[in-house]
Each structure stands twice: as C-alpha cells, then as structure tokens.
Design a protein. Sequence first.
Length: 107
Amino acid sequence: MPYGHYSHKYKPDKLRKLIQEGKTANEIIEELAISPWSLKEHLLMLQQRDKRTYEIEGLYDRDGEKRLSYVNEGVIFSPEMLRQTGFDAGDEFEMIVEPDRIILKKL
C-alpha cells in the first residue's frame, strides 16, 4: 500500500483543524472515531506531510511523558521537549549510541 494510505479514516485536513482548535486527544479520538493508537499514527503521518510538529493535549504514555515521533529521517521533538533538553532548533549535536540508550551531546 502506498505510504499514507493504509488507514481509511486518515483525514489530514480534519485532524489539522482539530489540533488547531486545541482539541484534546480524547476529543479528537471521539470526533474521528479512531483508537488512541490510530491517533498517534495519524499524527505521525500529518507531521511528516506538513514537515512540522503538532502537540495534542493528553497524548501521553502511561507514565505521563510524551512519546517521541519517529520518522525515516530521525526523531521529531516538540518545541516543549526541545526546551526541556536544553537544545534549540538548529543546534548541532553528536549522537552516541549505547546498548540501553542514545546520548545527544551539543556541539
């Protein structure tokens, strides 16, 4: 199946509108009649399509931390996640991969 067409309920324009209206994850899930997992997949597709990040209130892991968004080119950090790490958009970094973690060092 072509990329971005595996979900018959994926409606990028509607999802973008709901996010811009400030709808929570639960409100979006109900409005689009999709599962939380599908919302995360649809959000990833929208972020790749628009080449930007979106934040949806209530889209958290069980432990309360936001999930990272993964794409073929790397990891998408939300502006809030960037602020928490001390990185700024455009910063260069060195990546060190260890068996149980990935370390990013600002250059």
